[in-house]
Design a protein around this ligand. Structure first.
Ligand code: OGA
Ligand code: MN
Length: 290
């Protein structure tokens, strides 16, 4: 028995681990407890971590192969698998990504092998009057799939959809103005669309999970444009019903890990400078969705 506590939130998503320090090498037994909690609860926070980028990368590597981000400019200097998410500008230069998580999404679902999990570590949390802002919200894709009507389950069974980084890029550029609008030619340096099943089977738990998201899913490829728009609109509205949701309220030192097949997530932009938010992040390559 390891001497740390795993405390489930009691809802379909979420658990908290207290009393574990992952800055040092973690034994196989301890890692296996963390990994089981992760697959059982989909979103797990390990509290009170102090981690250098190299230490975050070392712990992350226990789960698999870190992914290089497609945007080299948000990398954190010396450790290529670590990127930054922040609202901080220094000397006129944005630190990390300023518009990550604007839409509901699953990380790197635009790749043939999307992220199995994401690890996000809180280096600075925006707090005013004792209240922490900038929650990350999660929606259970297994619960969302379960709750679909039998008719809709049958209708989407076997469908595939295009998940598109390029589509996301210009959607964000137009809506938020943090990144420049790019031409089709300029977008070619980013990955082409990935075609994935609309309902995927979780490779570890075997649960069926909805795998289309507002952020990246451009269209379902097996139907007319109008049919695709209608079914996607219906699914995007469905997945964010309150029953499927969990909000993570950040504390300094939280190391949050989420399962990108089991959940989608979205950032909450309810704070502004001079309040600062700074996160370091690592994503781990998963398998080809089926
Ligand atoms: C991410 C992301 C949301 C947040 O890091 O992948 O979407 O709340 N972050 O920062
Ligand atoms: Mn994300």
């Amino acid at each position: 028995m390891a001497d740390f506590d795993i405390r489930p939130t009691g809802g379909p998503i979420g658990a908290e681990i207290i009393g574990l320090d992952v800055s040092k090498p973690v034994s196989d037994t301890v890692f296996s407890d963390v990994e089981s909690a992760f697959y059982r609860h989909s979103v797990v926070v390990i509290r009170d971590q102090t981690l250098s980028p190299a230490q975050l990368a070392a712990f992350s590597r226990r789960f698999g192969q870190p992914q290089a981000n497609v945007r080299a400019e948000i990398q954190k200097g010396d450790v290529p698998e670590i990127t930054l998410i922040s609202n901080i500008t220094e000397n006129g230069k944005r630190i990390g990504s300023h518009d990550a998580g604007r839409y509901w999404h699953s990380d790197l679902c635009y790749l043939d092998k999307p992220s199995k999990l994401t690890l996000l570590h809180a280096l600075e949390v925006p707090v005013r009057d004792g209240v922490a802002y900038g929650d990350t919200r999660f929606a259970s894709m297994a619960a969302a799939y379960d709750a679909l009507s039998d008719d809709l389950k049958e209708w989407i069974d076997g469908l595939k959809a295009a998940n598109s980084y390029r589509y996301m890029w210009n959607k964000k550029a137009h809506e938020f103005g943090v990144r420049p609008v790019l031409s089709d030619k300029e977008l070619e340096k980013y990955p082409p669309d990935a075609i994935h099943p609309v309902v995927r089977t979780h490779p570890v738990t075997g649960l069926k999970c909805l795998y289309v998201c507002e952020g990246y899913t451009r269209e379902s490829v097996d139907m007319t444009e109008a049919e695709s728009a209608a079914v996607l609109r219906q699914l995007f509205e469905h997945v964010v019903k309150p029953d499927f949701l969990y909000a993570h309220n950040w504390r300094l030192g939280d190391l949050l890990m989420w399962d990108n097949c089991a959940v989608q997530h979205k950032a909450t932009f309810d704070y502004e400078p001079p309040l600062r938010r700074l996160m370091q992040r690592c994503t781990i390559e998963g398998s080809v969705p089926f």
